[in-house]
Every structure is written in C-alpha cells, then in structure tokens.
Design a binder for this molecule. Structure first.
Ligand SMILES: [Zn+2]
Length: 278
C-alpha cells in the first residue's frame, strides 16, 4: 500500500501538473467508488483545482466548493488518463477537465476498497479523515512517548495503526523498527527513554529518506524498487551487521527484521506460532 512518502510525492506531482485546471465533470465508474451521497460532486464543476494535498495515506483534491478525498488502499492509483476509454481497466472514477485532460482512479484486483469521498468545508474533521492520528512526521519526542504509553501494543502494529499515527504502513514499520534497533514485537508500553529516543529519530530519518527518494520519481515507485534495509529482503544480509534478514509471515503481510540488530540475536518463530505474537 502506498505510504505517506509515496502519497506525498504523488500529491506534489499532481499539483504541479493539474493545479488551475478547471473541472468539467467528475464521474464514478463503479457503484462502489463514490462513498458519499452529499454534497454532490457536481458542485466542483466549473471550478479550478486548487491543489492536491495529503492527510495520512489519502490524497485531497481541493476545489473551492468541495474536496475530493481519495483513498488508494492497496492497489489504487490516481493517474493522468491519456486514453479516456469508455471502460478503462480497473477504472473507479474519472475527473475530466475543461482543457481535455483527465485524471483516472483505478484499482487493481477485485477488492473494491479504493474510493472517493466528497466533502464540504474543512475535510480534516470529517469522514474518512476524522479518526486519523497525528501525522507520523510531525510528532515531537514528548508526544511520541505519551502516545506509545497510552496505547500499549506490539510496536509494528502500533506504527501501522492509522488511528494512533497516520501515514505509515508495513514497509516503513519494518524499516523504522530496524533503524531504531527495536523488535517489531516490543510492547510500546515498555519502551525505555533510550528506545523512544531511537524510535523518534528513526521515524524522522526513514520518512525523510523515503520522501527524498519518491521526489526523484516521475510516478509512484513499486515496493520492490524502494531502497531499504529489511523490507522484502528476507535471506539477504543486513546492511548494518551482516546477519541474515528474517521474516515472520502473516496472512496478508510480512514482518522483516534483523535478529542481531533488533531481537538480541533471537530468531522469532514463523507463522504457525507467530500468531500468538501478533
Ligand atoms: Zn543487523
């Protein structure tokens, strides 16, 4: 799933290419794409796109009367629509502009989870953004410490919980735990001050490095292309210590870690027993 750095860099590219373009019409291409009944998306017709912003993993297409909040979920993409085909593959929704260009929201696969919310006024206090925690790159050390203690969970899951902290997913959770030299299964309620210091520094570094990389791209990179130390690198050597990167597999995702850097050399049990560690 695209995480904060990919979505942020994409929002910046879309702003550069489409800001100022006047919307001709918005059209959902499936029954599930538009998640709201009111206000009507037609309210934006005739208005220029102000910019494309981001909150958590959501894109915000701002027009003066309404904002379109787009969640890409796992397989969604929002791209310039060169062909403007009547039935585009995976097509979910299309914004057509008066200058003839268009943006197309597609979703690979059959999950139908990507979607568009149309909201009036400040979108931050409304669905689907109202339950998001603070942006992961805006927390100071003290606030991070307080949030960790307030909601004791396994660290990897805590980092990915959008209600606690917005913007991080599996890849950054893996990379941040490794950078901070913390077990992905450490309890957030038991981290000492030194561990919270390392976690805070690791979050800032990993997010900044990812964003810098994504800004060099002309489109969202795929997960396997992104630089990193442990994510999707099981069996490879840890770039810090040379130990073998390990994996704990879950049904829908994988936790990667380096035993020497993160778990005192302990290799964690794989999937059959690891459900007890979740
Ligand atoms: Zn290591």
């Amino acid at each position: 799933m695209p995480e904060m750095p990919e979505v942020q860099a994409h929002a910046e590219r879309l702003t550069e290419d489409f800001a100022g373009a006047v919307l001709d019409r918005f059209r959902p291409l499936t029954f599930t794409a538009l998640k709201t009944f009111a206000p009507a998306p037609e309210a934006a017709a005739g208005h220029p796109l102000l910019d494309v912003g981001r909150r958590g993993k959501h894109l915000l297409l701002r027009f003066e009367p309404v904002t379109f909040v787009v969640h890409l979920m796992q397989g969604g993409r929002l791209k310039p629509d060169e062909k403007q085909a009547a039935k585009p593959r995976g097509g979910q929704a299309r914004w057509t502009f008066a200058d003839g260009r268009a943006l197309l929201l597609t979703e690979a696969g059959t999950e139908r989870k990507a979607g568009v919310w149309v909201v009036e006024g400040d979108p931050l206090g409304q669905e689907p953004l109202d339950h998001l925690g603070p942006e992961a790159d805006t927390l100071d050390r003290a606030e991070l410490g307080r949030l960790l203690a307030d909601n004791p969970m396994r660290l990897h899951g805590w980092l990915r919980d959008q209600h606690t902290l917005a913007g991080l997913g599996r890849r950054l959770a893996n990379e941040i735990c490794h950078r901070a030299k913390l077990s992905p299964f450490a309890s957030t309620g038991k981290l000492d001050d030194d561990a919270v210091d390392r976690l805070h520094a690791a979050m800032g570094e990993c997010i900044a490095e990812s964003l810098a990389y994504e800004r060099t791209r002309s489109d969202m990179s795929s997960s396997k292309d992104r630089p990193g130390a442990v994510h999707h690198r099981q069996g490879e050597a840890c770039p810090v210590c040379g130990d073998t990167v390990r994996a704990v597999e879950y049904r829908s995702y994988t936790v990667n870690y380096c035993p020497t850097c993160q778990t005192g050399g302990k290799v964690l049990a794989d999937n059959t027993t690891s459900k007890f560690l979740k």
